[in-house]
Each structure stands twice: as C-alpha cells, then as structure tokens.
Design a protein around this ligand. Structure first.
Ligand SMILES: *[C@@H]1O[C@H](CO)[C@@H](O)[C@H](O)[C@H]1NC(C)=O
Ligand SMILES: *[C@@H]1O[C@H](CO)[C@@H](O)[C@H](O)[C@H]1NC(C)=O
Ligand SMILES: *[C@@H]1O[C@H](CO)[C@@H](O)[C@H](O)[C@H]1NC(C)=O
Ligand SMILES: *[C@@H]1O[C@H](CO)[C@@H](O)[C@H](O)[C@H]1NC(C)=O
Length: 320
C-alpha cells in the first residue's frame, strides 16, 4: 500500500473556554520516553517550565496521538462529553472503537517512530503554514535543515522550493481541509496530497465522517456511507465537499501545537504575524488576496498566541 496512515491526532483544549486560550493539553503519544532534550541547547520544554503563564498551560507528558491501545470505557466516558475536535460527543462508541482498533500497533502511537532512523538527540521541527509571508522568503534551505518538517492543507511545493523547501515528514489535515484544498488550490498547483516513502499523515478527526473515512483508508476500501460514499480516500480526485463542519482551531494551529508537544525545538513558517496584511492569503497565489478570517477559526487569537510563544522563547516564529 502506498498509504502510510499516522494515528489520529487528538487535542484537548479547555472545553470550558470557547476561545481555547485557556488550559490546553495534548492527549496521548507519549514522547516522554523519547524526549532527550538535555542535549538541546534551548529545549522548548525548559522555556515552558520557566514561563509564569505558559507553564500552567502545557502538559508535555500527556500523549498527543490517539491509538487503539488507549481506547477504553473510561476514555469514552470522559471524551464523549466534548464536541469534536476536543472529544467524541455525538459520535458512536462502535465507530470510534472499530476505527481505533485498526490503529492498534506501537507504530500508531508514536509520531517519530516510522522511519526507523534513530531519533536525533535534539529533535528540531519546522512547521510550515501556507501564509503569504513565505512568498519570496528564501527560507527553503532553512526549513529543510530541520529534522522533521510538518506541512498541511494546500501545501504547494513545486515552483516554491526556494521559499518553502522540499522536505515533508508529516502532512496534517482534516477531511474537510484536505478536500477543500484540492478543490480550491488545484489550479494553483495543489493537485494531490503529498506522497512519499517517509511521509506520514496526521489525521485530525473532526466528525464521525472522518472516522469512517479513516477506516476506509486503512482498509483500502471505498467509503461505505455518508457524503464521501465511494471515495477511495487519498487516491481519487476528490470532488465532494462539505463546508458545514469546519471547526477551530485551524489545522495550522493543530500542527504547530502537535510539534510543540513532541519536538525539542520548533520553528513556525508561514503562520499569521501582526503584519499579515502586507502579504497574500497564501504564498502560492498569483495575485495578492487578503487573508480571509473565517468564522470557524480565530486567527487573531492564534496570531497573539504565536507571538507570545515566540516572545517566551518556546517557538521561533518566522517574521519579516
Ligand atoms: C500531565 O499529564 C499526565 C499524563 O496524562 C498526568 O498523569 C499528569 O497528572 C498531568 N499533570 C498535570 C500537572 O496536570
Ligand atoms: C472494541 O472492539 C473490540 C473488537 O470488536 C472489542 O474486543 C473491544 O472490547 C471493544 N472495546 C471496548 C472498550 O468496548
Ligand atoms: C489493542 O491491543 C491491546 C494489546 O494487544 C489490547 O489489549 C486491546 O484490547 C486492543 N484494543 C483495541 C481497541 O482493539
Ligand atoms: C510574491 O512576491 C513577488 C516578489 O516579491 C511579488 O511580485 C508578488 O506580487 C507576490 N505575490 C503575491 C500573490 O503577493
């Protein structure tokens, strides 16, 4: 199979706080055993520990990936109280269990396990958003110099190598954002989901639809039901779309938070900055388009969070 499925990614932000700026914590993949940050000169975990505000918001020992081995009645009871992507409210126990039981090997619970290569002592990650700030940035070599490169949604590479690099270790998406990217940015060069030997997909389930899709992808069979019926996930030209069930935070935010929970150092490229209005919405557009603030995301909040994490030395935000 040409499809390497990476476990469900799952984040839990404070459900009490609709703006998710409050407590947030990952749930699952324990990188606790693999984190060897003592070898890093400036591990982000240290910057978090030293910070009076962020110290209380991160818990780096909670795993971020969800895999079959973690599924139990107790987990269901606690997570079914919260709506996607924070939890499983409105989803069926059976559907969750039958999908998760397919992700029941040790590979599925570790973000960096797949390649079989030894983990660097200091895991340096670049998370590449698709912001217009990258157009003309010449950051390609800097991005590729990281141990792992995360990309997401309509990550166009061809023709933009000098600005965004070529390496892709992880591609993150929700069914919605991936499908919408293929439809909206196909004519700008995003004609297929990134493929590659060492590449792993980070799947962010936001709906029951996503669990059904994931199951079909793992089994290599067409999707049996719902709006995506008949799709051979990640293989066909995907035409269906459904704009109704997008959610916040943005996929970029989820990828960046994943990296923060698993890497020792994180650089963010192509993420919203305070001077976003100077740049096009995406780096691959041919004509400048203003950044769109969709109602389902809170980009202003995200911008503030990235800036504050940058100031705190927890991540490095590319700005110009
Ligand atoms: C952090 O997460 C771990 C694992 O889920 C948990 O045992 C621990 O109590 C959490 N720590 C705090 C301060 O919440
Ligand atoms: C999940 O499904 C498997 C296989 O059908 C079953 O053995 C297991 O008990 C189920 N898990 C729970 C928590 O019910
Ligand atoms: C996953 O595997 C473990 C150990 O092999 C087993 O105990 C557990 O029931 C499995 N979980 C599911 C959801 O199949
Ligand atoms: C990308 O950068 C080039 C060179 O700086 C500029 O001419 C062009 O207008 C930019 N494209 C967009 C969509 O902003």
């Amino acid at each position: 199979t040409d499809l390497v499925i990476q476990p469900l990614l799952y984040f839990c932000f404070s459900p009490r706080n609709t703006t998710w700026s409050g407590t947030f914590f990952g749930r699952e993949v324990s990188n606790a055993g693999t984190r060897k940050s003592p070898h890093c000169r400036h591990p982000l975990s240290l910057a978090i520990q030293k910070h009076p505000h962020f110290r209380a918001l991160f818990n780096l020992s909670t795993p971020v990936l969800l895999s079959g081995g973690l599924f139990a009645r107790e987990l269901w009871d606690s997570l079914s109280q919260y709506k996607a992507p924070y939890g499983w409210q409105g989803l069926s126990f059976q559907a969750i269990n039958s999908t998760l039981s397919l992700l029941n090997d040790s590979e599925s619970s570790k973000l960096f396990a797949a390649s079989g290569k030894p983990l660097p002592n200091c895991v340096r990650c670049a998370v590449v958003g698709n912001g217009g700030i990258l157009n003309g940035s010449r950051q390609g070599l800097n991005i590729d110099a990281h141990d792992y490169v995360f990309r997401l949604n309509g990550a166009v590479i061809k023709g933009f190598e000098k600005d965004v690099g070529t390496k892709t270790s992880f591609y993150g998406f929700t069914v919605n954002t991936m499908k919408n990217s293929l439809i909206s940015y196909g004519n700008l060069g995003f004609t297929s989901v990134p493929q590659g030997q060492d590449l792993r997909y980070i799947f962010i389930p936001s709906d029951i639809r996503d669990y059904v899709m994931l199951r079909s992808a793992i089994l290599g069979v067409p999707v049996p039901e719902g709006p995506d019926r008949g799709d051979r996930f990640l293989k066909s030209k995907l035409m269906n779309t459904n704009f109704g069930d997008l959610y916040m935070p943005s996929t970029g935010a989820l990828m960046l938070l994943t990296a923060l929970h698993t890497c020792d150092q994180v650089s963010a490229y192509g993420f919203i900055t305070s001077n976003y209005w100077k740049f096009s919405d995406h780096y691959f557009e041919r004509i400048k388009k203003p950044l769109i603030f969709y109602v389902n995301h809170d980009l202003s909040l995200e911008a503030t969070l990235w800036k504050d994490l940058h100031k705190a030395g927890i991540l490095r935000l590319y700005q110009r």
